[in-house]
Design a protein around this ligand. Structure first.
Ligand SMILES: N[C@@H](CCC(=O)N[C@@H](CS)C(=O)NCC(=O)O)C(=O)O
Length: 200
């Protein structure tokens, strides 16, 4: 089986898929897409012009959530979607909140279109503030049964939340006690730590 992950340095959505692939111990090759390619040749792979995209034996998939759900169905063990329907629904709730409500509005392309007047530094501050404001709202409904976001196991919800918190820190946000403790708990788990992508 040939699996190719189209990714780009610093891409939060690609980090999610990379973490899922690593956690499930699926072999893949990573293809770095340059910013020039994103708006030219890469459009043949994903007409939206976004990374990640995953090629499995030549079949191309895009959108990180769809890709991770594909991986879950194709490679169910270890699971990233909980032990039962209740957990699975909460995991999807958290992933969707991060993917749609947190990540999308602060996407570079969206800000370039909606806030063209802002300099790069102001955009970074805006992106970081938005992420942290949303993460604070999320904190009351995660880690209720353990240090993992949903239930007692590492899941796709942890991948989405941990990656976006790390992105806020990269944007220069102040560290948050709740999310620092959360990251520390996740990384105490050896399989989680070993599968965490390092280059983003
Ligand atoms: N909802 C999409 C979001 C993908 C996305 O926003 N990708 C960003 C990197 S994290 C991207 O390719 N940005 C290119 C650009 O802004 O030009 C997903 O989950 O895959």
């Amino acid at each position: 089986m040939s699996i190719l992950l189209y990714s780009a340095k610093g891409s939060n959505s690609s980090e999610r898929v990379e973490w899922a692939l690593n956690f499930k111990q699926i072999a893949y090759d990573r293809i770095e897409v340059s910013s020039n390619e994103l708006t030219t040749t890469y459009l043949d792979i994903n007409p939206f012009g976004y990374v990640p995209a995953l090629s499995v034996d030549g079949l191309i998939y895009s959108e990180s959530m769809a890709i991770i759900e594909y991986l879950e169905e194709r490679f169910p063990n270890p699971s990233l979607f909980g032990k039962n329907l209740d957990e699975k629904t909460h995991i999807r709730r958290v992933c969707e909140y991060v993917n749609s409500s947190i990540h999308s509005p602060q996407n570079r392309t969206v800000l370039r279109f909606l806030r063209p007047q802002l300099c790069e530094q102001s955009k970074r501050e805006l992106r970081g503030d938005w992420i942290m404001q949303c993460l604070k709202k999320l904190s009351s409904s995660i880690c209720l049964k353990s240090g993992f976001a949903v239930g007692g196991d590492f899941s796709a919800a942890d991948i989405f939340v941990a990656s976006i918190y790390k992105k806020a820190l990269l944007h220069g946000c102040e560290r948050d006690d709740f999310y620092d403790g959360y990251l520390e708990y996740l990384l105490e788990n050896e399989s989680v730590k070993l599968s965490e992508p390092q280059r983003c």
